[in-house]
Design a protein around this ligand. Structure first.
Ligand code: HEM
Length: 392
């Protein structure tokens, strides 16, 4: 295609991304169009003819989950669908996770996080992933749906076992992903049944059940919503929390500043997520002949928004590699965008803010011990090691 450079594969290497980004707003690759600049990335995410459902199906195809009950289940979930069924699934989910409903949980979330910090075995040697990041989102999920807190380790495991192989393309874990999906479905079905028997309250499981009773969704859609809430709310938040902690602790001046000025924490988190997003690429496919930034796409063409590149577009973010929490920026792209944007972003932001505030208050002299280790794939980054020490 004239005007755009071509690469066989777009990697995640920073030097290459910067070089390509300096040459143009996008490159073509063997798989499609790779968008590198911020404005066309937003245009792609908001484009009505660029669909997401089929892109999640593609990930399932790539992993070899192509048929059988597991694929049938997946094909009824929000992330794989389009059109009327998608609207039927997304509407009640959006109501469930709407700002005011989520914000009233702030104090509860803080208490959950304080409880996690109370359990840290040795402040002089904290495994920030195992001791904090892997615990908080799963306990928050249990609290949201009024499930017993002792189910949190199982919940964390189910979310990771299901999603990680699909998002990282780990073929060795294909069957485990299928098995974990089935266990998640049983877990959600049993839990919703228990909530019905026990009598409904104000928790998210009760709200979802009422949505079904009031005809907002069918029983099957209710189960899909319950499964999606478990899957989406845990794994992504675990790794984004690890990445934010990594960015803030990698420079002691950053940590000192969030400790000294708690009011700066939301902006510091936003900036850390810009620099180190959990999702490195967001996928779309053209459902009809489409034009993106003057570039013609045929129906069926693939578009890949590189969050890694677009979040550091110097046109949008001057000094793009610098940690500058004082930027007056519109939000970067770590939660996707447009009609498919992350439904849990308000909750995720509150979780991250309460977690960083609580950790900064409890461990003001926290310092990283050793390097942050990550498993970086085209689609996502997983934090594999992050340790820190307080008090030595
Ligand atoms: C910091 C943690 C999180 C990150 C980085 C994250 C990121 C994302 C991204 C990039 C997408 C795809 C957006 C797109 O295609 O444009 C997404 C979708 C989604 N997220 Fe999140 N997410 C996080 C936490 C959560 C939480 C806590 C929940 C639920 C409570 C949640 C629920 C969802 C749902 C339901 C979707 C699918 C939306 C759709 O397909 O219409 N996420 N998330």
């Amino acid at each position: 295609m004239p005007g755009l450079a071509h690469v066989d594969v777009l990697g995640t290497d920073r030097v290459t991304l910067d070089r390509l980004s300096a040459q143009g707003w996008a490159v073509t690759s063997a798989r499609g169009l790779e968008v590198l600049h911020f404005a066309p990335a937003v245009a792609a995410l908001e484009h009505p003819s660029l669909a997401k459902g089929v892109s999640f199906q593609r990930r399932l195809d790539d992993l070899g989950i192509t048929e059988g009950p597991a694929r049938d289940d997946w094909d009824r979930m929000l992330v794989t669908t389009e059109g009327t069924h998608r609207r039927a699934l997304r509407r009640p989910f959006a109501v469930l996770l709407a700002g005011p409903q989520v914000k009233r949980l702030t104090a509860d979330l803080r208490a959950i996080i304080e409880g996690v910090l109370d359990d840290i075995p040795d402040p002089a040697d904290i495994d920030l992933m195992a001791d904090i990041a892997w615990k908080v989102p799963a306990r928050v999920y249990c609290h949201l749906v009024a499930a017993p807190l002792d189910q949190a380790p199982l919940v964390a495991q189910l979310s990771d076992r299901t999603l990680a192989p699909i998002l990282t393309g780990d073929h060795a874990r294909r069957q485990d992903s299928i098995d974990a999906f089935a266990t998640t479905r049983d877990f959600v079905r049993e839990h919703l049944g228990r909530r019905r028997r026990e009598g409904l309250g104000e928790d998210f499981a009760s709200i979802m059940i009422r949505q079904q009773i009031e005809g907002l969704q069918t029983e099957d859609e209710l189960i899909c919503e319950g499964i999606a809430l478990l899957q989406a709310s845990v794994d992504n938040t675990v790794h984004q929390l690890g990445l934010v902690l990594g960015v803030l602790l990698s420079d002691p001046a950053r940590w000192r500043s969030v400790v000294a000025e708690p009011a700066s924490i939301p902006a510091a988190i936003e900036e850390a997520m810009r620099l180190a997003p959990r999702f490195n690429t967001v996928f779309r496919q053209a459902s009809a002949p489409t034009e993106l930034n003057g570039h013609a796409l045929a129906a069926g063409d693939w578009v890949f928004v590189s969050t890694l590149a677009a979040n550091r577009d110097p046109e949008r973010f001057p000094d793009p590699h610098g940690f500058r929490p004082d930027r007056r920026m519109t939000r970067a792209l770590q939660f996707g965008g447009g009609p498919y944007s992350c439904l849990g972003q308000t909750l995720a932001r509150i979780e991250l803010q309460e977690a960083i505030s609580a950790i900064a208050a409890r461990f003001p002299a926290l310092r990283m011990t050793g390097d942050l280790a990550c498993h970086v794939t085209n689609a996502v980054t997983e934090v594999t090691r992050l340790r820190a020490s307080h008090g030595l």
